[in-house]
Design a protein around this ligand. Structure first.
Ligand code: SF4
Length: 62
């Protein structure tokens, strides 16, 4: 699975980075996801983070 953050939607709340710091980090005021495949052990938390995003800025694909 891969994840990406839509910079036009992200409001910089840091929620995703708190839930899944293995995948999401802050780049200035916006969150960014690691490029490429998410390690399998981090996928569940990455999905949780995507679902927790208050503005739906995180896209995932399998
Ligand atoms: S949870 Fe959503 S809005 Fe908040 S920092 Fe992450 S991507 Fe941005």
């Amino acid at each position: 699975m891969k994840a990406s953050v839509d910079p036009n939607l992200c409001i910089g709340c840091t929620q995703c980075t708190g839930i899944c710091p293995e995948v999401f980090s802050m780049d200035g005021t916006l969150a960014v996801a690691i490029p490429g495949e998410i390690p399998p052990e981090d996928v569940p938390q990455a999905v949780n983070a995507a679902q927790a995003c208050p503005v739906g800025a995180i896209q995932t694909d399998a």
